[in-house]
Write a protein that binds this ligand. Sequence first.
Ligand code: BGC
Ligand code: BGC
Length: 862
Amino acid sequence: MTEASPSRSLPRCAAALLLGAVALAAGATDLPGTAHPRDWPALAPAIPPDPKVEAFVDALLRSMTLEEKIGQLIQADIASVTPDDLATYRLGSILAGGNAAPGGDVRVPAARWLDLTDAFFRASLANPPPAHRAIPILFGIDAVHGHARIPGATVFPHNVGLGAAHDPALIERVGRATAEEVAATGIDWTFAPTVAVVRDPRWGRSYESYSEDPALVAAYARAMVTGLQGRVGTPDFMSAGHTLASVKHFVGDGGTRDGRDQFDNRTDERTLREVHAAGYPAALGAGALIVMASYNGWQGTKLHANRSLLTGVLKERWSFPGFIVGDWNAQEEIPGCTKSDCVATLEAGLDMYMAPDSWKRLYANLLAAARAGRVAAPRVDDAVRRILRVKALAGLFDRPPPKERPETSDATRIGSAAHRAIAREAVRESLVLLKNNGHLLPLEAAQRILVAGSGADDIGMQCGGWTIDWQGDHNHNSDFPGGTSIYAGIRAAVEAAGGSVELSQDGSYHERPAAAIVVFGERPYAEFEGDRETLEFAAGDVRHLQLIKRLHTAGIPVVSVFLSGRPLWVNRELNASDAFVAAWLPGTEGGGIADLLFKARGAAPAADFRGRLAFSWPATAMPVTFAPDGSVRGAVFPRGYGLTLAASTTVAALPEDPHVPADRRARNTLFAAGHVTAPWSIYVADRSGEVRLTMQTQDSPERALRATLAGGAVRADWSGAAAGEFRIGGRAADDSRLAAEMALVLRYRVGERPTQPVSLGLRCEAPYGAPPPPGMTAVRAWRKCGVPAGATLDLTAQFKAAAPGRWLTLEVPFVCFTRNGADLSNVNAPLALETAGRFSVSIASARIARPAATESCPGEAR
Ligand code: BGC
Ligand code: BGC
């Protein structure tokens, strides 16, 4: 196998040449984000080179055309590619993204998924090229907590809960069961496990992490890869019913600044190696053949462009024989790249592009680059060889099309009783008893029990994100055939013992209960939409706290069951409850909760709490901190904490001041104190697409504008090359703050006056599942908040009149938009500035506040 040598390919674009020159002058080690592979422990490959496989791959590679090779490097999303496309474009892989599904309907049954995977597989085998045998397609999906995109599948607890079980053997069984369900739909690859070691749970992906403890993550990485793929080095490996794993996101995703998704990780190299990378050697040792590169940066360089880590550490130092897949269009964040044109990531060591919607243009551009010698042929060959090797080692060349495989013959494997039993066991093992004053638990089952709270009878909330669709926030119990809500589990346990249950979300009751169980917590989210500014649970929303207090005042003992993707500051709720269970995101088997809450009269409890915290539980609303020796500061319950029923620990009243720092306090800000307020994001967009700002600076795809974080403000510079939009946006929510009586208040400074009209407005999103309004395509109409011309104001005069360099305040009452018919119920960007000319403006703060003068609208309504 020819490995690319570190000095082989010279950077090509001007910027890179410049960096190269600096590197030569200063010594390459001084470049930001350059790792030192020799400081990383060397690894031997878990799967030693097999001469037969290598000969097969080499022969295949020799007979492939350049077009076929480029095709292998690309993965397209089912929302943008059809089996027919494979006749022209011989792609290497297909994925089903978080919102993609057969026919675009995320609620179709498993059989439709099998139809789809079968069609793609057959298409890849049809009309083999004359020179060699056909190369089967590799189909991937995010089965990150069971095959959870499929209605009726077993949904296991998210990783944050599995971590609390501290049980690698259980994790291996979870992996095995997941693989069986994935394989039953003809899918050969799951984008799991995530081995992030989370150090700031404000990160929206914390629930995808097993622990803040690198050793536990490493043990679980090994177990999960083994469960998914089978035992490496034995005939079990990748035998029927197994699925390829991919370890993600390489590397440092759990250590970004302020826990912001995809931002920069600024730890030193030792911390990167010993903490954030801990899962990788273990996963590779278990035979992981695919690693997904991460969106985040390390010390200023995005991982997708970091040759020292992708090639130097992973491929060379660790002898990784498999391939590196990119993350969802992550190439577009690399300076000088767009999502459909980027050789920098390939040169850094990425082998397969995840190019969901951009695949066709990317294919054309890569092919042109390869033909023109703008990408080195040996690098292309190396990437293709790795992909073919993985396909060969996984047995793909010998697998029949999905519908002919024995493992797809029995659809009852999906959500089978055996798998659900494992999931229920995992739920039991993951529950952490934080408080049990006066030995309230276990409750006697033969009593009258009140079940209250918004999470009591909501399987969607139990499952969290990456369930049915990406965010998982529109699910109902009917989307989980065979699943059990927490309430249903309690009712079954209590009624079986002769007790009775009353369900009431708001806690009102017909008959006084002996005890109440209040189930509440976070609503589902995924990725950056789950980022938050502080760890204070439900700041400003005290419904559940009041409910618990009301019951308590009435003399009814309260057990709180808390659903969350991370530890959150809940001191007030803890104080108000007699017992408190951290239940994480348990998945479809809600019965596992009742298993630990009850006992029969006069009998000993059948099972006890075994879960122990895998994350430190914070004493304030700000995350705990880690000293270089790994010790933790700022926890109210340390990692490893967890009571048993027998424990006689009494948790005393906890301080009720969350200690939120001033710069995180303002709840109605979009941007302040130098950072965009989570979960909002800054986007730069032009007609070629939009990109999130996750580093110091980001260009829009066609460079119509650039956003830069500097001096506590964000500056937007329009180049005049094309129309561009600067936007602060996020997931559309029915947000009461965006009411007609409120206003957007901007503190801004013009740097360069506009040369063409500038508009300021709102952007909206289609309500979930809404049909397009008559006469308009859905996307356009909704984007404009239901007003044909858009909910915008012309602010050209304002900005032209502003003295450059002076800080000014602008107030835009939302009534200026509603007056023209704008609908504020699905706003996903409360601030969008657009122009086609040159213009430069800095924004120091953007807030939603009560306007001083409701009646006055700046600019002209358009
Ligand atoms: C996520 C990955 C995921 C991929 C495919 C990305 O946005 O970061 O974790 O596997 O999408 O859905
Ligand atoms: C997710 C995809 C998802 C998409 C939705 C990505 O970040 O990872 O899987 O479908 O966003 O736009």
